[in-house]
Write a protein that binds this ligand. Structure first.
Ligand SMILES: O=C1O[C@H](COP(=O)(O)O)[C@@H](O)[C@H](O)[C@H]1O
Length: 258
């Protein structure tokens, strides 16, 4: 494992090895937080990540993880119907969540009706309200500065252009600090309407695990090199930190320019 500034990282020879390590990391934190607090708050993203979580559906994890204590959120969501193939909720439900015993009430998706209507602003406001209610119910704590919710683990991905969640290079959402959840209606990656956690919320998590596997574009390894060698803050993913640990899992191809 390598470490620089606030970042730790591992490079894996294959996606399969990355996936095994991601399952181990997640299972370890699940056991730790379930023991300490009686619950585990996990934030998912969309994209390739859900595929790479598949090892959690295999022994020894599938039967040993205390799924009933998980509370699941999305760091960003595409504002479309739940059934739409673009939906991050659908991706996670079909590929992961429907296969484990997490109670439905512990799965916090964006509002179904505003999502189907494409109303990104309302979806963001209601998702923030949902998080604020969970703080009142003591399911989500606030981070030490008292301003933002603190999730136990966020499982993040990075787009080849260096975006994370739905914070895109050159778009103003990266600067929003007075909200927990904001929205975008002109995302450069389709679909255009999305909601996203703001950067201070993302960085308030106890543990952030960012997984990046090259998708055979030249842009992805270039963005990784830009972040790791030059700390190029024009790329939103370069801003990633966490309260306890910021871990990057890279496959060999994504790390090829390091
Ligand atoms: O649009 C999105 O893209 C990013 C990265 O996805 P990937 O397909 O390059 O793995 C993802 O993390 C985010 O949640 C999603 O909405």
């Amino acid at each position: 494992m390598a470490e620089a500034r606030h970042r730790k990282w591992h490079v894996f020879q294959t996606k399969d090895e990355l996936s095994v390590a991601m399952a181990k990391y997640t299972a370890h934190l699940s056991a730790k937080f379930c023991k300490e607090k009686g619950l585990f708050t996990v934030v998912l993203s969309g994209g390739g990540l859900i595929d790479w979580l598949c090892k959690l559906l295999e022994p020894p994890y599938k039967d040993s993880i205390e799924w009933s204590k998980w509370h699941v959120f999305w760091v960003d969501e595409r504002v479309c119907a739940y059934e739409d193939p673009d939906s991050n909720y659908k991706l996670a439900m079909d590929g992961f969540l429907s296969k484990v015993g997490i109670p439905n009430k512990n799965i916090y998706a964006i509002d179904k009706h505003y999502a189907a209507d494409g109303n990104a602003e309302h979806c963001a406001a209601l998702y923030e309200e949902c998080l604020r209610n969970l703080v009142k119910q003591n399911i989500l704590p606030l981070c030490p500065n008292g301003k933002y919710p603190q999730f136990d683990l966020q499982l993040l991905g990075m787009g080849p252009d260096g975006h994370m969640a739905s914070l895109f290079p050159g778009h103003p959402q990266i600067n929003v600090k007075d909200k927990w959840v904001t929205h975008i209606t002109d995302s450069p990656k389709l679909p255009p309407r999305r909601i996203t956690f703001t950067l201070p919320v993302i960085n308030s998590a106890s543990y952030n695990l960012m997984a990046v596997c090259d998708d055979h574009t030249e842009q992805c390894p270039r963005s990784i090199a830009d972040i790791f060698k030059h700390n190029n803050l024009a790329l939103p993913a370069a801003h990633l930190t966490a309260h306890v640990e910021t871990m990057w899992y890279l496959d060999k191809a994504a790390a090829s320019l390091l």
